[in-house]
Design a protein around this ligand. Sequence first.
Ligand SMILES: NC(=O)c1ccc[n+]([C@@H]2O[C@H](COP(=O)([O-])OP(=O)(O)OC[C@H]3O[C@@H](n4cnc5c(N)ncnc54)[C@H](OP(=O)(O)O)[C@@H]3O)[C@@H](O)[C@H]2O)c1
Length: 288
Amino acid sequence: MEVMLVTGVNGFLGSRIKEHFKDRYQIVAPAHAEMDITNLEEVMQYFERYEPQKVIHCAAVSDVGQCTREPEKSFTINVTGTENIAKACADHHTKLVFCSSDQIYFGSRENNAHKESERVTPQNVYGRQKLEAEQRMLQNCPDAVALRLSWMYDTVSNAKWEHGDFLRNLASILQRGERASFPCYDYRGITYVGDALRNLSQVFELPGGIYNYGSENQMNTYEMVVAFFKAIGIPEERVMVNEQAFADNPRNISMNIDKIRSHGIIFSNTLEALIACMTDSGLVLSAF
Ligand SMILES: NC(=O)c1ccc[n+]([C@@H]2O[C@H](COP(=O)([O-])OP(=O)(O)OC[C@H]3O[C@@H](n4cnc5c(N)ncnc54)[C@H](OP(=O)(O)O)[C@@H]3O)[C@@H](O)[C@H]2O)c1
């Protein structure tokens, strides 16, 4: 069995990747305390010990606000840590898949869904760090793949400490009997993590480079939630439009996924996936 190294295994995505691949690979998944990605020597020793053929690099400071509050600390983890993983992968001829982010597109003037070839100037610290991490990764390891992920959700929580996601945040607002409020000046893809996991095997076959990876969504977030509620039978009055958020500087981080589609990797759009997810998971309204 091939060895797959998963970093950030106690996080939202890493924990699910470990579970998803556990029967197909020998998974080595060090917690932060077992391998600190900011320590190149520790990373190299780990690679020498386990000789992974594949790496999925999920460890990061993934909280946008925390990156703004602690830019130096998050730089060391998000940029230097990724560079360290890329150096080890290059030395060991290991295929690397790195989890980047759609936040790289925040601040771009492009009105349409963004393409990988676009010139970008990320507006927040997190987006700038992810962009620099991609660049350093490819300098050190040109065969590596960076996936620009959009915001992911699941129908179930894996651990008490897991950060919230779109669907579970929405469910808890509705369960508290409150009305949900979503911005109309905000365009983004939101992706079911199950779809991201399902496509991951094919990602290892991709040539090195940068790929948008997630559901497409042409609607603004408010419109999308209205359509979702309509489809699953929640009264439209339970959602309010937020006209303040991003009003001065509308946010468009929605992605065009033609590049990954040309390699046979398919995602349903945000609305279709949300509806399918609610139906398939049996969650259908019982929670609301
Ligand atoms: N979740 C999403 O919707 C989403 C969307 C776009 C992009 N992404 C990207 O996808 C990746 C995974 O996201 P996620 O939501 O799973 O993140 P997460 O839940 O915040 O998990 C990140 C993990 O990284 C670990 N970590 C932090 N610093 C480390 C270090 N120095 N050495 C080793 N491990 C370290 C953390 O462990 P400790 O807590 O023990 O420090 C944590 O388990 C991240 O790169 C994120 O930026 C995620």
